[in-house]
Design a protein around this ligand. Structure first.
Ligand SMILES: [Zn+2]
Ligand SMILES: [Zn+2]
Ligand SMILES: [Zn+2]
Length: 267
């Protein structure tokens, strides 16, 4: 089965260009130097005999970035059947209110999957979603929050959560088939490596060249890709230190910077 991954956002939490910054990357005319907040969309082929199953999962969003509305408009995202959350940093969740539009179009709540801590923090951060409203205005996002305790299945695909460390914060990466999405991390614990065995395509955090306390640098990320033995790697969560074309030209074969709108076919 072939699925399609679209990088909706490849930028760090500030986005690129950063507000008020006059650096070369923030002033660049290269569209690949314009980076919204990190998120991907995974689209699966419609399952089975073409009947419209209510459980049919075709479109999985990873994180609801601050830029979700614009990302959906730019990349023509018309359907979200499930949402996977990596962690609750603002750049990964603050677009959650925008799922109201998918609720309207799909006439159904959207199942969301997060580990226990992330789910608990989401309930606190978005209290208005989970409590009875005092009055009904523009409507509330309708989501059903499920705890991830281990590998699970969505539609026809197996989702393998992969624990990675984002500084001291444990966050989730996700593996689907031979593809893994590992954003916001600077360490892969020993017990997670076997879960990544055989990954051929990876999207991996690489903030910038200089070291950072919670994100892989470019050289650290290259070392991870080499240890993993992945054929194709795309770096994400990129800040304004890295001009797209110039950086890509310096990266080893098979490794590139991701960019907003990058589409990958995965097995
Ligand atoms: Zn982030
Ligand atoms: Zn800048
Ligand atoms: Zn983060």
């Amino acid at each position: 089965m072939t699925a399609r991954v679209t990088v909706l956002g490849s930028g760090t939490s500030h986005g690129v260009p950063a507000i008020g910054c006059d650096c070369a990357v923030c002033r660049s005319n290269d569209p690949n130097d314009r980076r919204t907040r990190p998120s991907i969309l995974i689209e699966l082929p419609s399952s089975g005999d073409g009947r419209a199953y209510t459980r049919d999962v075709r479109s999985i969003l990873v994180d609801t970035s601050t830029d979700l509305r614009n990302q959906a408009l730019v990349h023509n995202v018309r359907r979200v059947d499930a949402i996977l959350f990596t962690h609750t940093h603002a750049d990964h969740v603050f677009g959650l209110d925008d799922v109201r539009r998918f609720n309207q179009m799909q006439k159904a709540p959207i199942p969301c999957y997060a580990d226990r801590d992330t789910a608990g923090t989401l309930r606190q951060m978005f209290r208005y979603i989970f409590e009875q409203p005092e009055q009904r205005g523009g409507g509330l996002p309708q989501i059903s929050l499920f705890h991830i305790a281990g590998p699970f299945t969505l539609g026809d695909v197996d989702i393998v959560p992969v624990r990675v460390m984002h500084g001291r914060l444990p966050v989730l990466g996700f593996r689907i088939g031979s593809f893994a999405y590992l954003t916001d991390c600077n360490h892969i614990p020993d017990e997670s490596w076997p879960l990544l065995h055989g990954v051929r395509t990876v999207i991996l955090d690489a903030l910038r060249h200089r070291p950072h306390s919670t994100h892989f640098s470019v050289s650290e990320a290259i070392a991870v890709v080499q240890k993993l033995g992945a054929e194709r790697a795309y770096f994400t969560h990129i800040c304004h230190d890295l001009p797209h074309a110039e950086t890509c030209a310096q990266l080893p074969r098979g490794i590139e910077l991701a960019y907003d709108g990058l589409v990958l076919e995965i097995e």
